[in-house]
Design a protein around this ligand. Structure first.
Ligand code: ANZ
Ligand code: ZN
Length: 821
């Protein structure tokens, strides 16, 4: 699996790591007094907690957790009180599906997988605050998940709504859209029905504006912010009401371009729009519409696999709408490109200025009326701005002003108003499954839905032997009649419990609030604790959670703040998304059989080397390519440090880690390199540039060896800098250097500016246009010299892969790009 030619000296990772884990445990090194610490020195270092699954920890977890721990240890050594908790997202469909697969009860299974995770997490030597561990399936935890639901219910923010779903009348169940084949049930082939079911929603849309605007002040990656903004999808525009010729009802549309109102030449409704069937002018039209609806559904199912183009894009209903300002009659169509779930599910068709409308109008031979000057509507739609034309009283004004002016006129006449629309929907939290917190509601004939009184929480999940979901479309909890028959908390009459459980994203939307308050059993989070530790100083997680987990967490914080339970509304001041690890250039997957199992590598190389290798793979926020051959590099480096420490420990006494290690016997070049390295490593740790920090320490060691510069002070500084990356190793070295306390309590080394040659500049090194490293060169170095420095740089070399550089692009003093092929 890995090469065995490492020239090991005295360093035995397994025994060193065992010994230090034991010591840390005995000295209770990670015990943190969460209650009484001062305000200024705190740092809440949060990392996404795992859901305990089958395979145990994945290398991606190790990458993330090691990365977070590196920052955490560094800050701790800087004198901060670092709170670094961990827990388990142990409720939910993931866990339940795995239980179904291996045919075990989720409760027993969860206990087992958590125990295994804990073991693996400890083996990594991460400085977790285990005393504050949480598991979301623990009644002490989900009691408060239910409490939060009750607070939302009382505030009118948890509501029941009818939701359109697809129902199979043979299987008697709701189907996911992925379970459809065309418009038929994939299991039994029955034609499915559209149904409407009563489900619980949390009204996240009421916070949509705040959720968008709040992003501006967050220290998050732009991509994560973009993902959230797009998901929320805010649009400013107008709702406009069109009359229907010969009928009393109206058609409402949402448009972002009310300025183009005079260019509307037709109307289009989503096929699912309730008016579609009613507007059918005669039997034949009704039949045509019906057929079209099925065709659209088939097509939508097919486009999940690959695009299917049919020629039919819509059907004329036979009815006409009345233009609100001109009174013109506009034909009303059902059209496949109008989405039922957005806006009002209906649009005004403005072919001259909207390309989809243009395509539709060309297909059906509808009028195209230009109302914004600037394009050529005979060839394509013109979506831009310009003076209005053909627009009655509004002709001549700029389109941007036309939006407000036309909206105002409509408002005067009671035919429209300015609105803000969001693509995001309310958060559906009902799940007809077993493994989750029962939604704490009791249904009473007389009182309606009544929340379970807070003193009766938690509503315990009953121990159902048969927890499988079935075809009934209701939760397995409905099988336990003894459980769900309860008296109404309001009037005492016979009533029954809600049998749905809540979405696992609700469990994880507030776990960070619980960590500092785990020992309280009478409140979800203690106000004083919360003030002391929150909001979270740094959150590390995956960008795949940017829209769900992070959005839901922000929403709940806003709600809890509004209800007076929290002093902040943004829970995560800083968020950083970790990169992804691939194996030999390919995505890891079980089917490919290329999943890196951390345990094997740790057994062979030790946790420190494994962690160092992962942190060295590439920039933390980009990830990297795991190659078995690569791991020996960091190991060899640690072995050499081990030797160096041995020499230094036996050599002349130095001035200590924090002072300048200035023994005269050490060459000035070596001292300069040391001070540069301290500065670089410190800066890199602040910005999560772990790979370049490690590369710098490797270079330092090379320089020290080159100059045979053995110094106790330098050795101490190097060991301290290594501690966040290779904690056990650093402890052992620290001890060998004569210390009796933990290296975690050592002062972080400083650098002395007098050694930092001022006339040197840092140049970014790219390989094929991607930033891979930085090298320091004399200011004014020519392209040749910078090229050589880049080729000598460890971090860069790893990306060259032994290939030759075909081309160099040099931006003097700033950047060099090496093109290899
Ligand atoms: C007339 C118009 C004229 C439009 C024009 C655009 C340009 P965003 O920006 O994403 O919010 N629309 C509204 N509801 C729709 C639905 N349910 N399905 C499909 N399309 C819908 O998009 C808003 C625009 O998308 C709206 O403005 C509407 O077309 C269309 F020159 O109205 B517009
Ligand atoms: Zn009642």
């Amino acid at each position: 699996m890995t090469d065995t030619t490492t020239e090991t000296t005295g360093y035995d990772a397994t025994s060193v790591e065992e010994r230090w884990q034991q010591r840390w445990h005995e000295d209770r090194l990670w015990e943190l007094d969460v209650a009484t610490l001062g305000r200024d020195a705190k740092f809440y270092n949060l990392v996404e907690f795992p859901y305990p699954s089958a395979e145990g920890l994945h290398v991606g977890h190790v990458f993330t957790y090691a990365g977070a721990d590196t920052t955490g240890r560094y800050l701790r050594m800087q004198g901060k009180s670092v709170f670094q908790p961990i827990g388990f997202d142990s409720f939910g469909i993931h866990t339940e599906n795995y239980a179904l697969k291996v045919d075990k009860h989720p409760k027993a299974l969860t206990a087992q997988t958590i125990a295994r995770y804990r073991e693996q997490l400890e083996r990594l030597g991460i400085a977790w605050n285990w005393d504050q561990e949480v598991s979301t399936n623990d009644p002490d935890y989900y009691r408060w998940t239910q409490w939060i639901f009750v607070q939302l219910f009382k505030a009118g923010l948890a509501v029941q709504k009818e939701a359109p779903v697809v129902w199979c009348p043979t299987c008697l169940t709701v189907l996911a859209f992925e379970q459809l084949e065309g418009d038929q049930c994939e299991r039994c082939g029955t034609q499915v029905e559209d149904r409407v079911m009563l489900q619980w929603y949390l009204k996240i849309t009421e916070f949509a504006d705040r959720l968008v605007d709040g992003l501006n002040d967050l220290d998050w990656p732009d991509v994560s912010k973009h993902l959230q903004r797009d998901w929320i999808g805010r649009s400013y525009g107008a709702d406009i009401t069109f009359g229907i010729d010969g009928r009393d009802d109206t058609i409402g549309v949402f448009t972002t371009r009310p300025d183009t109102l005079f260019g509307a030449t037709f109307m289009a409704l989503a096929v699912e729009h309730p008016l579609v069937a009613e507007l059918a002018a005669d039997e034949a039209t009704a039949a045509a519409i019906d057929e079209f609806v099925h065709e659209v559904r088939r097509q939508r199912a097919a486009t999940a696999e690959g695009p299917v183009q049919t020629d039919r894009r819509g059907v004329f209903t036979g009815s006409y709408a009345i233009h609100p300002l001109t009174g013109a009659r506009l034909p009303v169509y059902a059209a496949d490109y109008v989405l039922v779930e957005y806006g009002s599910g209906a649009i005004m068709g403005v072919p001259a200025h909207d390309q989809r409308d243009w395509d539709f109008a060309m297909h059906f031979g509808l009028d195209i009326v230009e109302v914004v000057d600037g394009g050529d509507p005979s060839t394509e739609a013109y979506p831009g701005e310009g003076p209005l034309v053909n627009s009655g009283d509004f002709t001549g004004i700029a389109s941007q002003e036309g939006r407000a002016a036309i909206t105002a006129r409509l408002a005067e006449e009671g035919k429209g108003e300015a609105v803000t629309r969001f693509r995001m929907h309310d958060w559906l939290i009902s799940r007809q499954r077993y493994w989750g917190p029962p939604i704490p509601i009791i249904y009473c004939e007389a009182c309606g839905p009544v929340p379970v009184p807070e003193e009766d929480l938690p509503v315990l999940l009953p121990p159902l032997a048969d927890f499988r979901p079935d075809d009934s479309g209701v939760s397995p909890l409905a099988r336990d009649a003894a459980w769900y028959h309860v008296p109404c908390p309001g009037c005492g009459r016979p009533a029954r419990r809600e049998t749905d459980v809540s979405d696992t994203f609700l469990d994880s939307a507030w776990y960070y609030l619980r960590y500092p308050s785990t020992e309280f059993d009478d409140r979800p989070f203690d106000p004083a604790r919360t003030r002391r530790w929150l909001p979270v100083a740094s959150y590390i997680g995956g960008n795949e959670h940017a829209v769900l987990h992070l959005l839901y967490s922000r929403f709940l914080a806003m709600v809890l703040q509004e209800l007076g339970h929290l002093h902040f509304e943004e829970p995560f001041a800083r968020f950083r998304a970790h990169g992804l690890i691939v194996k030999d250039g390919a995505k890891m997957s079980k089917s490919r059989g290329n999943v890196v199992i951390p345990d094997e590598y740790i057994a062979q190389w030790g946790a420190d080397t494994f962690r160092m290798y992962l942190m060295f793979l590439g920039p933390f926020e980009e990830g990297g390519d795991f190659r078995d051959a690569g791991i020996s590099g960091p190991r060899r480096f640690l072995d050499r440090v081990w030797d160096y420490v041995g020499q230094a420990a036996g050599g002349p006494a130095g001035p200590g880690a924090s002072a300048a290690p200035a023994e005269p016997i050490v060459a000035r070049e070596a001292l300069v390199k040391y001070h540069q390295t301290v500065k670089k490593v410190t800066g890199d740790l602040e910005s999560l540039n772990y790979n370049t920090a490690i590369a710098a320490m490797m270079e330092l060691l090379n320089t020290l060896r080159e100059h045979e510069a053995v110094s106790l002070g330098v050795a101490e500084g190097l060991v301290v800098m290594l501690a966040p990356f290779a904690p056990h190793f650093a402890e052992e070295c620290w001890e060998r250097l004569g210390h009796t306390t933990s290296v975690m309590d050592a002062a972080w080394p400083g650098w002395d500016e007098q050694f930092l040659v001022q006339d040197r500049v840092e140049v970014v090194v790219q390989v094929n246009g991607k930033t891979r490293s930085r090298v320091t060169v004399p200011a004014g170095a020519d392209e040749e010299a910078v090229g050589r420095a880049a080729l000598a740089d460890e971090a860069t070399r790893r990306f060259l892969d032994g290939k030759t550089v075909r081309k160099r692009i040099y931006v003097p003093g700033r950047l060099i790009n090496l093109v290899v092929g």
